[in-house]
Design a protein around this ligand. Sequence first.
Ligand code: COA
Length: 324
Amino acid sequence: MAIRIIGTGSSLPRQVMTNDDLAEVVDTSDEWISSRTGIKERHLAKEETTATMSAEAARKALMDARIGAEEVDLLIAATITGDYITPSTACEVQALLGAGKAVAFDINAACSGFMFALHTAYAYLQTGIYKTALIVGAETLSKIMDWTDRSTCVLFGDGAGAAVVRACEEGEGSGLLAFEQGSDGSRGKVLACEGRQNGNPLAGRPFVPSYVHMDGQEVYKFAVTTVPASIRRVLEEAGMTEADIKYFVLHQANIRIIQSVAKRLKAEEEKFPVSLDHCGNVSAASVPILLDEMNRKGLLEKGDKIVMSGFGGGLTWASAVVEW
Ligand code: COA
């Protein structure tokens, strides 16, 4: 059985914040941000929420796949910035779409979240438990940023991306060809955001909001070593080399990470499309937003082989080889 991506969609908040706008908020400059990261601007949520952006991206993906919400069996949302602790973002999206038949739950794997959701959907579909999955990667990272910390707040943005994944009959294309994922909790604190503190009468700690903090250089080293190794492993599993791949659709954290991965793989940089210039790092949403932009530009043709790869908080990483 072939497990194929049959539709994509995305949604970005209406408001844009440029690097020059940010320079009025913290002590930074367009020159510093552009040269160190490749980011020029990012969309930040004002009225939008993680669930509303997810639902808009999901509706577009369903339209692209030409199926109705009632056909979705499985709805997985990857996010670390849901609107509620419970209900999950996936359950909120289910209600907004009217996808009454779907079983819905969230996955927390930070910037690898969409890839973890894709692999989870693959496992359900491959075993025949479900036929049609809707997976969403969505974040409102601006609500967990310290807007006085220039070393983090300039890097991230808000948005959502979605894909419809379906178990197809033989002869309808190959779909997902190889997959691998991994986690290293022992290094988790290099990119972290604490949850709520325990305010029970015994613990008695006051509520202190917590924000994303990061050892940027450790995260950088993790990304440029783990990602090429992970991509090489999935290529080997698929019996392919870099030369067989039309595009490498990487998590959009930093242009220097992408350039370094391209160099280490000895692959042309032109094969690495970019959305971080206008989106920033949107964590779980970045891979599906980029995939949707490529799909809508007509860059993906049936039979093309692409690699998708996510990496980030946890630490976590995941890569896949996909035939479009
Ligand atoms: N504007 C201006 N200066 C800034 C700044 C900003 N937004 N942020 C940090 N600086 C300053 C620092 O204060 C420091 O100044 P100092 O030398 O006077 O102390 C200087 O710039 C260098 O800081 P440093 O943190 O060493 O920069 P860097 O070269 O490591 O670049 C990152 C920082 C974050 C761009 C880089 O480490 C990186 O890309 N890491 C990966 C992060 C990532 O992608 N995380 C998400 C993964 S999912």
